[in-house]
Design a protein. Structure first.
Length: 224
């Protein structure tokens, strides 16, 4: 006997990402933020995921405005067994991008570096930030790498100020590694809860990320 279909019974809607289904087959229209989040979750299951994370981490250290945390957290939540690997990739590529930013400051500040500072509205505080290197060079790199103040500002200014490249790399490895590995550790310990929060309150979480980023820019402009 063929099964009887109950038209009045509500059908359960499954999350296409959690079930591993292709989003393009669902035909469901989602807001841009939700689609971006689900795209990152789907990306975590692909072989190209580490390359995408590395590209964002590299670019953010020299010119790109979006921090790699936006990709690192959802990817680590989806694949918690690879959280430490993702943190290592983000650290190494971020430092490599920092070296590129250092080169911009050392060789191309009058053209590319000054233009990037002006683009992000950070040019007014650049002089005070350079002066801080004369007294607190090590602490500037360590603290700025952990705070929401744009890290590209640290990398470009380090090159412009002629800060020792060896110590710049060492301190960058410490500060960026601490940031990304702390995130990986939190995801490893509270991954299920973080996934639930992201699934249910994505807009609020995104708003917090945006607010922190804005505070970083505003803080730099008023502190320097």
């Amino acid at each position: 006997m063929p099964p009887v279909l109950c038209r009045r019974c509500p059908r359960q809607r499954r999350n296409p990402v959690l079930k591993g289904r292709d989003l393009t087959q669902t035909g469901i229209s989602r807001p841009m933020l939700r689609r971006l989040y689900e795209w990152i979750l789907a990306l975590a299951a692909r072989p190209s995921a580490p390359y995408a994370l590395g590209a964002v981490s590299f670019a953010e250290s020299s010119f790109f405005p979006i921090p790699p945390d936006v990709m690192l957290v959802p990817m680590a939540v989806t694949r918690p067994e690879k959280a430490w690997t993702y943190a290592l990739i983000a650290t190494l590529t971020s430092v490599a991008g920092g070296i590129a930013g250092y080169a911009i400051g050392a060789l191309l500040y009058d053209s590319v570096g000054a233009w990037l500072f002006h683009l992000y509205g950070l040019d007014k505080g650049a002089d005070a930030f350079r002066e801080a290197y004369a007294h607190y060079g090590h602490w500037v790199i360590l603290l700025k790498g952990l705070t929401p103040i744009p890290y590209k500002l640290v990398t470009i200014t380090s090159g412009f100020a002629g800060y020792d490249l060896f110590w710049f790399i060492v301190l960058s490895l410490i500060t960026r590694g601490a940031r990304f590995f702390i995130l990986a550790g939190l995801v490893g310990r509270y991954g299920v809860g973080i996934r639930t929060i992201l699934d249910r309150h994505l807009n609020a979480v995104a708003a917090v990320f945006v607010a922190v980023g804005v505070l970083g820019f505003v803080g730099f402009r008023y502190l320097f």
